[in-house]
Design a protein around this ligand. Structure first.
Ligand code: SF4
Length: 112
């Protein structure tokens, strides 16, 4: 795994983000190298950087960006996956709404 990939994995694993001043210690690299890794991730749009002060010292919180959901994963033809907004007690294996939707998905994919 490359260093930027490793860094991204660390950042992505923490929903509250990681301080840049901690990331280089976690990755076991020096702070300059860490800055270059962070720049790569920022340039590729995978993370965002938020200014933060810790004990009066300026640092940054690094957070993974949320990616938009691929509509192809939640649509079967014109039908939205029934789980969105569902308030039923969930039992995925026995859910007829989901089965019907998956059936629609299979049909719509075979028509493409
Ligand atoms: S699997 Fe069925 S019960 Fe569970 S969230 Fe989806 S639609 Fe609702």
């Amino acid at each position: 795994m490359s260093e930027p990939e490793e860094a991204f994995k660390v950042i992505q694993s923490r929903s509250e983000g990681v301080l840049q001043s901690e990331l280089w210690k976690i990755l076991d690299v020096d702070s300059r190298k860490c800055s270059r890794i962070v720049k790569k991730l920022l340039d590729s749009g995978l993370i965002e950087r938020i200014e933060f002060r810790k004990n009066g010292i300026k640092t940054f919180i690094l957070k993974a960006k949320r990616r938009p959901v691929d509509p192809g994963l939640i649509m079967a033809g014109d039908e939205l996956i029934p789980c969105i907004g569902c308030e039923l007690e969930c039992s995925v294996r026995e859910c007829h709404r989901l089965m019907d939707w998956m059936y629609e998905l299979a049909i719509s994919e075979s028509e493409e």
